[in-house]
Design a protein around this ligand. Structure first.
Ligand SMILES: [Mg+2]
Length: 463
């Protein structure tokens, strides 16, 4: 995993040492010695993580971190504080200022790499959601939101088979109104995932009933927990397990004996990020479905159809498919005489018939007004396309809407066999539809180069 790391240390030798170590791991590294420059460099260079010294003249690491986290352009960049200070109050101050991780000097190389991989993985997931969110916002579908807006109720899964330790975690979380469910081994944990979405999972590395690393791997491979923050609870002599867990995808680690406020700060930070990701995901998928689904009939809309056809024509030029433009005859009369609510019900009923008579792999859309377009997939030729269109026409003619309303449709058909654009294909089907309308309605017409030629039509109609 290559990534950009910004190393901040007022002592050049320290920064160079870290730079040398990280470069051997193929990280792209930039070093800064003057803490006053950090914000500007982070803003412009957009690193994937910042390794931040705490004790610095001018502006100390806590303040640099606060400023990074306060600015929109840098708030999403994970910060790992690196310091000689070891006392819990210092760690808490680091977490309070928004640091994502806290490492003690001298930094153990393996721990540093495991932590870096962890925060970078976290950032990548966030980047992806931020990008999708920005894309939907750019379409004007919703207002982009910030990390601070998040709903409160949260639930944690605690995996531990030493009850005294587990209950302590539960008590601490409960003080912040974070609910928790306690399970003691792997099978119980997997059962708990059914029907419940957790905001945080803690796994004790001292489990005796299950292999804790196997459990971490399992949470990582499970679709419902892959993006759930996973916090390891470790004893000081479990260094190798910690590294193993982080490398398997655990998000973070808390050492025992438990520092309650540190545990809470870390849990709270992870839950907050998880909630933010959840809300982005929901907003993006809602916005996307709003953008491509016709609200009345629940069919795809014209926008989706157009991009789908463009892709079909551009990416698989050798594949055949047929396009049907289906238009309800005299629909304006239904709306005028019976009112728009009845018109809407007719549209929904036609949509139902189309759904019932076409395959799942065929794309059905409401093209606009009373016009529908069906794209019939692979291996469609003239004969099959006409057969399908005739079946649809007949099914709609046979249907009685609301006791006594009967409607008919005219259908234009064009078959794609490479070489033309999506727009030209739609024009062809439209020309065929126009001919069907002009020659009496309630019929299916296949596009031929003569379609739309009125002289030709009248001679056909007259014959
Ligand atoms: Mg220093």
């Amino acid at each position: 995993m290559t990534a950009r790391i910004l190393v901040v240390d007022d002592i050049a030798a320290n920064a160079r040492l870290l730079e040398a170590r990280l470069s051997t791991e193929y990280y792209e590294v930039k070093t800064v010695h003057d803490s006053r420059n950090v914000i500007a460099i982070a803003r412009n260079w957009q690193p994937d993580a910042v390794l931040l010294d705490v004790m610095m003249p001018e502006i100390d690491g806590y303040e640099v971190c606060r400023r990074l986290k306060a600015e929109a352009a840098t708030a999403h960049i994970p910060v790992i504080m690196v310091t000689a200070l070891r006392e819990p109050p210092d760690r808490r101050q680091g977490l309070f200022s928004g640091a994502d991780e806290f490492l003690s000097k001298p930094v153990e190389h393996e721990i540093l790499l495991a932590r870096l991989r962890g925060v970078i993985r976290m950032k990548r997931v966030m980047d992806e959601w931020r990008a999708r969110d920005a894309a939907t916002a750019a379409l004007g579908l919703r207002a982009s939101q910030s990390l601070d807006e998040h709903p409160a109720p949260a639930i944690t899964l605690i995996v531990d088979d030493l009850l005294i330790r587990a209950h302590r975690l539960q008590d601490v979380l409960a003080r912040q109104d974070i609910k928790s469910i306690l399970v003691q081994h792997e099978a119980e944990a997997m059962a708990a995932l059914e029907g419940q979405d957790f905001d945080l999972i803690t796994v004790s590395l001292s489990l005796t009933l299950s292999d804790p690393l196997r459990l971490v791997a399992k949470f990582q491979s499970n679709a419902s927990t892959r993006e759930t923050p996973l916090l390891l609870i470790a004893e000081h002599d479990q260094r190798d397990l910690v590294i193993g867990g982080l490398n398997l995808g655990a998000t973070d680690c808390v050492m025992l004996p438990l520092d309650e406020s540190e545990f809470l700060l870390r849990s709270h930070g992870h839950i907050r990020r998880k909630k933010y990701q959840d809300s982005l995901r929901n907003d993006v998928s809602n916005a996307l479905s709003l953008a491509v689904i016709d609200p009345l009939t629940q069919l795809f809309n014209r926008r989706y159809l157009t991009s789908y056809l463009d892709r079909l024509c551009a990416e698989i030029p050798s594949r055949n498919f047929a396009m049907l433009v289906i238009d309800i005859d005299h629909f304006k009369m239904i709306n005028d005489r019976l009112g728009h609510p009845v018109g809407d019900r007719v549209l929904c009923s036609v949509a139902e018939i189309l759904r019932a008579n076409l395959r799942k792999s065929d794309l059905i859309s409401r093209y606009g007004g009373e016009e529908f377009v069906a794209v019939i997939g692979a291996m469609a030729d003239d004969e099959r396309a006409l057969k399908v269109a005739e079946k649809l026409r007949q099914a709609i003619e046979d249907m009685t809407f609301m006791a006594d309303i009967r409607i008919t449709t005219s259908i234009g058909v064009s078959v794609y066999d490479g070489g033309i654009s999506a727009a030209a294909l739609i024009e062809q089907a439209d020309a065929a539809l126009y001919d069907a309308k002009r020659t009496g309605r309630n019929k299916v017409m296949l596009y031929t180069p003569k379609c739309g030629d009125e002289n030709e039509l009248w001679s056909v109609a007259g014959s």
